[in-house]
Design a protein around this ligand. Structure first.
Ligand SMILES: [Fe+2]
Length: 210
């Protein structure tokens, strides 16, 4: 991890691909523990354990240095969430529509992928700051849940903007860190018969934004 380069990239793009924040074998072990727990009807207890272990492991060392440097002060990981999402994305269907999150300015999301996008196709896709602004001004990112769109290609074309979306090739143990209040985004549902296992934290600066 090159902290200076990563901070610079985050400042310019508000998103970053973090490689190998958890070792891949550990991720596979976590998935196995979750699946055992599901079979035994103990998901609640085991999920809480997995989240606690992940939090202890993640927010030390290089990642913490990066976050402290980027947010210019200490941060707090909040609202940890373990998800095993299937192709119907029934647990978080609304995230499959283009949207902006609400919340305190500067809050970022950290999605750690426990299994690779190449295995399930359930990536997190975004558009950049400028095009998000234009989409928002054009009323194409409505807050109303039943008005959200799964495809903004036409809207971007009508605005004369590139229709390219930003997505990282996330391997097991990689993470995407991004500003979900400023960048339009959606989570693609995994392919039929595949599951996407992720651990997500909201990263909130302890100091109020200037
Ligand atoms: Fe979101």
């Amino acid at each position: 991890m090159n902290i200076e380069q990563d901070v610079d990239h985050l400042q310019r793009h508000l998103s970053l691909h973090l490689h190998n924040v958890l070792p891949a074998p550990l991720c596979a072990g976590m998935i196995a523990r979750y699946e055992h727990a599901r079979a035994d009807g103990e998901t609640e207890r085991v999920t809480a354990e997995l989240l606690r272990e992940c939090e202890e492991r993640l927010f030390t060392g290089e990642l913490n240095t990066l976050l402290d440097a980027y947010f210019q002060g200490p941060v707090k990981p909040r609202w940890p969430l373990f998800e095993a999402v299937d192709s119907r994305a029934s647990t978080n269907l609304l995230n499959t529509y283009w949207h902006l999150d609400t919340g305190t300015r500067n809050t970022h999301k950290l999605f750690v992928y426990l299994n690779p996008v190449a295995e399930h196709g359930g990536n997190t896709v975004m558009v950049d700051v400028e095009r998000t602004k234009r989409l928002r001004q054009a009323g194409q990112l409505p807050m109303a849940l039943d008005e959200r769109k799964q495809d903004v290609t036409e809207a971007l074309e009508q605005l004369g903007l590139s229709t390219e979306v930003l997505a990282y090739d996330l391997k097991a143990g990689d993470a995407v860190l991004f500003d979900p209040i400023t960048l339009a985004h959606r989570c693609l549902p995994p392919r039929e018969g595949r599951l996407r296992y992720t651990i997500c934290f909201s990263i909130v600066p302890e100091r109020a934004p200037a």
